[in-house]
Design a protein around this ligand. Structure first.
Ligand code: NAD
Length: 431
């Protein structure tokens, strides 16, 4: 893979930009440019036919200066250590930008889960937890769902860890089913957070959300709920896609009906009353808001010139490459960065962990109210910094706020030598 599409190289570049803008000591970059700890494991799994398949898995803990490391587990055929390291770094800054007391981590297994039976998937999920058990725990590192993992998988993982420890450890994993300590509002939390951010954005821009045209790439947990919540708020969803392709109707799509079709047929494509298009065409549709909600590197220097959206709100992690960022900026397209836009998931994961620790559970209204407050505060912090300076976009502003907080944590813990702060960094923290 070329460096321009290597998510870890991209994450390091984004970090470097923030460190430079903040004029922080070189030691900050040195300590944050690689994960603090990473583990690569081989996972033997007994298949239904009696054979054994050996899977490769990873867990990276990027930084835990501000709290236990936190991040999802991805099951995908393209998982690599570099991808996991990038996602772990983004988690550190995501948690810092919304101000929740966590560091960043991520995990993954190279597997196409569609090829496994339910029983094989359970054995793989349990075996992965056995392999990374020494690294994780409610006070150390707390996994959660990501691409192709869900509450059932979180349940098997929590159960396996509890078996190893010989006591119930609900707080070791978030995104669990409600019956075993999940939080109300967690399943749709990332999407709900994306929508809170969009609501704050349109308010700032004096635009009415009603009738705003939206295109969403990805119709899984994040894309699917984002489409439904925006539809309920009367935004016009004109394009939706999944891994098999996209659908388009300029008059608007009903995502609930699209969901029924996708559940029946396995994809959104061939939905009646819409034109079937490719994912590449979908990204280039004319619309107000484009929401990439699938995977990394979807908007690159190859297609950024053709993006016609006015705003890009990154629900996925790392959907825009740095070259594409520059092109979008030149075209006047505002990008709300992933570490801000999709932080709702980890925020409600944090609420789940707090509730597990207390053994006392909140109503969905309470969860959403707390989520709304956190997302709004983070949005305004980033937006105000972006607006008050002429030399940064929203991504760099978000990184500056986040890196500054993590650096401060590392400094007071004695991990890096003082003084690391310059006037510039101090000025931002005083805002
Ligand atoms: P998911 O597995 O539920 O859904 C992924 C969707 O993307 C599916 O519809 C799939 O068909 C589609 N897709 C996969 N490859 C594609 C491709 N090449 N082109 C177009 N579509 C493709 O995953 P998810 O949990 O919704 O995660 C989506 C993104 O959001 C990822 O970047 C993930 O890291 C990020 N994210 C997820 C959460 C969360 O709470 N689940 C939180 C923060 C960020």
């Amino acid at each position: 893979m070329s460096d321009s599409l290597n998510s870890f190289v991209i994450a390091q570049e984004q970090l470097k930009m923030a460190v430079d803008k903040l004029h922080l000591n070189a030691s900050v970059y040195e300590l944050l440019k690689e994960p603090k700890r990473s583990l690569s494991v081989l996972i033997p799994v007994r298949m239904d036919d009696g054979s054994t398949r050996v899977f490769s898995g990873y867990r990276a803990q990027h930084n835990d200066a501000l709290g236990p490391a936190k991040g999802g587990v991805r099951f995908h055929q393209d998982v690599s250590m570099d991808e996991v390291k990038a996602l772990a770094m983004w988690m550190t800054f995501k948690c810092a930008v919304v101000g929740i007391p966590y560091g960043g981590a991520k995990g993954g297994v190279i597997v196409n889960p569609e090829e496994l039976s339910a029983a094989e998937l359970e054995r793989l999920s349990r075996a992965y937890i056995q392999a990374i058990a020494p690294l994780i725990g409610p006070e150390k590192d707390i996994p959660a769902p990501d691409v192709n993992t869900n509450p059932q998988i979180m349940s098997w993982m929590m159960d396996e860890f509890s078996m190893i420890k010989q006591y119930n450890s609900f707080g070791v994993i978030t995104g669990k089913p409600l019956i075993i300590g999940g939080s109300l509002g967690r399943t749709q939390a990332t999407a709900q957070g994306v929508v809170f951010v969009i609501e704050d954005l349109v308010k700032k821009l004096n635009i009415n959300l009603e009738g705003v045209s939206v295109v969403i790439q990805g119709f899984g947990n994040v894309g699917g709920y984002t489409a439904k919540i925006l539809y309920d708020k009367k935004a016009k969803i004109i394009g939706i896609s999944d891994v098999k392709g996209g659908i388009y109707n300029p008059r608007g799509l009903n995502p609930y009906k699209v969901q029924e079709h996708a559940t029946e047929t396995g994809s959104v494509v061939n939905y009646r009353g819409a034109k079937t298009i490719t994912n590449a065409e979908l990204l280039e549709l004319e619309c107000d808001i484009l929401i990439p909600a699938a995977l990394e590197n979807q908007i690159t220097d190859k297609n950024a010139h053709n993006i016609k959206a006015r705003y890009v709100v990154e629900a996925a992690n790392g959907p825009t490459t740095p070259e594409a960022d520059k092109i979008l900026e030149q075209k006047g397209i505002l990008v709300v960065p992933d570490i801000l836009a999709n932080a709702g998931g980890v925020t409600v994961s944090y609420f789940e962990w707090v509730q597990n620790n207390m053994g006392y559970y909140w109503s969905v209204e309470e969860v959403n109210e707390k989520l709304g407050n956190i997302m709004s505060q983070a949005f305004h912090g980033v937006y105000d910094l972006y607006k008050s300076r002429k030399d940064v976009n929203m991504r760099v502003a978000a990184y500056m706020l986040a890196v500054k907080r993590v650096a401060e944590g590392m400094e007071v813990r004695g991990w890096i030598s003082a003084p690391h702060q310059t006037k510039e960094a101090t000025r931002i923290s005083a805002r």
